[in-house]
Design a protein around this ligand. Structure first.
Ligand SMILES: *Cc1c(COP(=O)(O)O)cnc(C)c1O
Length: 367
């Protein structure tokens, strides 16, 4: 039987045509019409004034932190369960990522823990919309306001997700996205920063382009970076934005199929939870074994692999990884991360594939 991969990009729109246009016209570097067009399309999609493209999601995070003027010794509150880029970007600035525990089931940053972690050195909060489910933004924005902090949304996994009908990317002071090959929108490698703040957008553009003065060639008022996206990447991105509504709809249908196929296993598995007023975009359809069953997780993943089904474990919390190791106990993250796995979630999956995944899980769990 054919293998079912956990992710698989879909590039069946104008991707090929636009990339060939870049080659045919020689606009292959970081100038060219697709960059502005992609930025505009992405800003409109998120409902923000500015979108600034970068060469990947990690540099987008670093760029945002530089533009927010993060300094060595400053503290930034992040969830302990995330992809490591969130923590690394804070470290690139010489600042300290302060880890906090997450909420059960959504695995998103817990606002109650954020409030407790604030010190005089805290500058901001980076909520991560993990696996496509938005973080609980209302209390986070309120806490930030009360303490004079900024909020940077790490929306790398959540293109199109919504809180109270507002798209992620438009809720915090700024937000970052990734367009890596396995994300909901891809440009191969790529990233974006979104914001409604004109001054912040100008700083993002300045630091992205080596710090060159926009009005004076070869004049560098600051130390910047080369975090520019290429026209070829943007060409793919623009084509991806033309089909984003269909992509998001297909992911919803996939999630409904999984919900239906896995609901008989309700006593063994925790299926995705959606908080009120939130729209989940299912970057990864994620399930958890019941409490006490964490020892079975890796065996389940191996059993699925044996039948040709690729899965992924939920991210290790940052506090167990060598660069960010702590002895602190984060009760929810410690327990839930070990119980969770991402099931194949991409637009080529058929109803039969979902049935096959569900049957393999059912068999592996002894039903
Ligand atoms: C993918 C991802 C990133 C980094 O994006 P890259 O494009 O791979 O650099 C950052 N944060 C989160 C939560 C991610 O999932």
């Amino acid at each position: 039987m054919n293998r079912i991969s956990v992710a698989h990009p879909k590039l069946e729109g104008n991707e090929r045509k636009y990339v060939l246009d870049c080659l045919d016209t020689n606009w292959i570097s970081s100038n060219g019409k697709y960059i502005g067009a992609f930025e505009e399309a992405f800003a409109a999609f998120c409902g923000v004034k500015h979108a600034v493209a970068a060469n990947n999601g990690t540099t987008a995070l670093h760029l945002a932190l530089v533009a927010l003027d993060l300094q060595p010794g400053d503290e930034v509150i992040i969830p302990t369960v995330t992809y490591i880029a969130t923590a690394n970007a804070v470290r690139y600035c010489g600042a300290v990522p302060v880890l906090v525990d997450v909420c059960a089931a959504t695995m998103n940053i817990d606002p109650k823990q954020v409030e407790k972690a604030i010190t005089p050195r805290t500058r901001g909060i980076i909520p991560v919309h993990l696996y496509g489910h938005p973080a609980d933004m209302d209390p986070l924005v309120a806490i930030a306001k009360k303490h004079g902090l900024w909020v940077l949304e790490d929306a790398a996994e959540a293109h199109g997700a919504e809180v109270n009908g507002k798209r992620v990317g438009s809720i915090g002071d700024c937000a970052t996205f990734s367009f890596f090959g396995n994300k909901i929108v891809t440009t191969g490698e790529g990233g974006m920063v979104t914001t409604n703040d004109d001054a912040l957008a100008a700083k993002l553009r300045l630091y992205r382009g080596q710090g060159v003065d926009p009005k004076r060639r070869y004049w560098f008022p600051v130390i910047g970076y080369n975090y520019r996206m290429t026209n070829i990447q943007a060409a793919i991105g623009l084509a991806q934005m033309e089909t984003i509504d269909v992509s998001l709809k297909e992911r919803q249908e996939l999630a409904r199929m999984y919900d239906e196929a896995l609901s008989p296993l309700n006593d063994l598995l925790v299926l995705p939870t959606i908080q009120a007023r939130m729209h989940h975009v299912y970057w990864m359809y994620t399930v958890f074994l019941r409490s006490g069953d964490e020892v079975q997780r890796d065996a389940l993943m191996r059993a699925l692999d044996d039948t040709g089904i690729e899965t992924r474990p939920v991210f290790y919390p940052m506090h167990v990884l060598p660069p960010y190791k702590e002895d602190t106990v984060y009760p929810v993250a410690d327990e839930w991360a070990q119980r969770g796995l991402n099931l194949p979630t991409h637009q080529y999956l058929t109803r039969d594939d979902i049935a096959r995944v569900a049957a393999a899980i059912t068999g592996a769990l002894g039903r």
